[in-house]
Write a protein that binds this ligand. Structure first.
Ligand code: NDP
Length: 451
């Protein structure tokens, strides 16, 4: 990068920091994209002149609202809800809803910004958005969840629509919550339309949607390994999380001949040196999806497995790491441990799970590193296809969607290689994803003029 571009980048980032005080997650996400995009647009005056990156890094709008609900003891509770509509240059805003106590405006702005590039990479017509609440669903009864979801949708419904903004699930929002929200939308508007994705199969959901993010991340890993004439067969993996993404990633990694050694939740991780086989995985699914228990119970159930309280799984000796829990869960120290233990590939099922310092370690070690915006795009891609199916009032079969998912992940991998190949056998997947994602959105914005 030329000296003047460094200065430009620094000035740009100073502006971002000034305009978004205290929003560290958002600033981190913009910084990561900006350094690659500045390189790419160095000799492309039209993007500079039109201030394209500055415009993408300023959400179209942020809606913030009160969510009031009554708990089972008749206490009135007040939470905050948000919808961040980042950019709709290439299609309606699209991105999940997160319910977690850590949700704030900075987290949702980072997620909506990332989503803009991810959705662009899929090749489907979807803009970027994200929403959620600081509501913590843990320990709440089904009735409490229902009342909260209904209250949340009572405000959200006026900001969304099948051609405007189509939310989906994310952390803390699974099929139960989507059902409650879709029911409320339908009740308020008297319209059945594809306004949410991740719906149940009975009412317009797509086959393959629950599996798509985790499976897609593993397919992305397969593509990265194949590019190096390698495969998953016989490899070991550390996976974090034990939610939708982690469990499906574990399932596919195992199916393709690998051995999964760890899973985690916010209390700590379990290490099973014998591998988490099909039966054990079915047990974890039941624990998490039906009994809503803690991952520590795994070590009580299966001999040989250990629970490590308050720790993350990055010190376990593995070939591949798949962070599938949450943002910034893989820090410099964990990244170093993985590299020192000979890990050859890191693929992000979660959004921005690796800190900027951690990413630097992977780049310096020149191991395969697939960032979330490319590797976990399978979920939103199938969501995009759920929108198409709803619009056409049809539903495609499992095999067709599975083939589409594998093709989509291969296509995303190819785009990353096109823009990230360093010419010496090393592919910088972050750069590839950032530039390919940026270019499509930027070109659409140029076509619109100054709006
Ligand atoms: P789930 O709510 O199903 O699972 C989240 C998992 O992460 C749980 O095991 C949870 O543990 C753990 N977790 C959450 N917060 C923390 C934390 N602060 N520290 C440690 N562990 C934590 O969510 P998903 O599987 O759907 O999503 C996981 C990640 O993947 C998120 O980053 C999400 O944005 C991303 N993603 C999801 C997509 C999808 O299709 N679902 C699509 C693309 C990206 P606990 O139960 O203890 O909270």
């Amino acid at each position: 990068m030329a000296v003047s571009d460094h200065a430009d980048l620094e000035r740009f980032m100073e502006g971002v920091k000034k305009r978004n005080p205290g929003q560290s997650e958002f600033i981190q996400a913009v910084q990561e994209v900006a350094q690659d995009v500045f390189d790419f647009i160095e000799d492309k005056e039209e993007y500079h002149e039109a201030q394209i990156l500055r415009r993408i890094a300023e959400p179209d709008r942020v809606v913030s609202f009160r969510v009031c609900w009554e708990d089972d003891n008749h206490n009135i509770r007040v939470q905050r809800g948000w919808r961040v509509q980042n950019n709709n240059a290439i299609g309606p805003y699209k991105g999940g809803i997160r319910f977690h106590s850590s949700v704030n405006e900075s987290v949702l702005k980072f997620l909506a910004f990332e989503q803009t590039f991810k959705n662009s990479l899929t090749g489907l017509p979807m803009g970027g958005g994200k929403g959620g609440s600081n509501f913590n669903p843990k320990g709440k009864s089904d009735s409490e969840i229902m009342r909260f979801c209904q209250s949340f949708m009572t405000e959200l419904y006026r900001h969304i629509g099948p051609d405007i903004d189509v939310p989906a699930g994310d952390i803390g929002v699974g099929s139960r919550e989507i059902g409650f929200m879709f029911g409320q939308y339908k009740r308020i508007t008297n319209r059945w339309e594809g306004v949410l994705t991740g719906k149940g199969i009975e009412y317009g959901g797509s086959k393959m949607r629950p599996e798509a993010t985790g499976y897609g991340a593993v397919y992305f890993l397969c593509n990265m390994l194949a590019h190096k004439d390698d495969s998953i067969e016989g490899k070991t993996a550390a996976i974090s999380g034990s939610g939708n993404v982690a469990l499906h990633a574990a399932e596919k990694f195992r199916e393709l001949g690998g051995k999964v050694l760890t899973l985690s939740d916010s209390d700590g991780f379990i290490h099973d040196p014998d591998g988490i086989d099909e039966d054990k995985l079915a047990w974890v699914k039941d624990l998490k999806l039906n009994r809503r228990g803690r991952i520590s119970e795994y070590a009580d159930e299966f001999s040989g497995a250990e629970f490590h309280e308050g720790k993350r799984p990055w010190h376990v000796d593995v070939d591949c790491a798949l962070p599938c829990a949450t943002q910034n869960e893989l820090e410099e120290e964990g990244a170093k441990a993985l590299v020192d233990n000979g890990c050859i590939a890191v693929v992000e099922g979660a959004n921005m799970p690796t800190t900027l310092e951690g990413v630097k370690i992977f780049h310096e070690a020149r191991i395969l590193y697939g960032p979330g915006k490319a590797a976990n795009a399978g979920g939103v891609a199938i969501s995009g296809l759920e929108m198409s199916q709803n619009a056409e009032r049809i539903s495609w079969n499992h095999d067709r969607l599975h083939d589409m998912l594998t093709d989509l992940m291969e296509g995303i991998h190819e785009k990353c290689v096109t823009y990230g190949d360093q010419g010496d056998g090393y592919v910088d997947y972050v750069k590839g994803a950032n530039i390919a994602g940026f270019k499509k959105v930027a070109d659409a914005m140029l076509a619109f003029g100054v709006v």
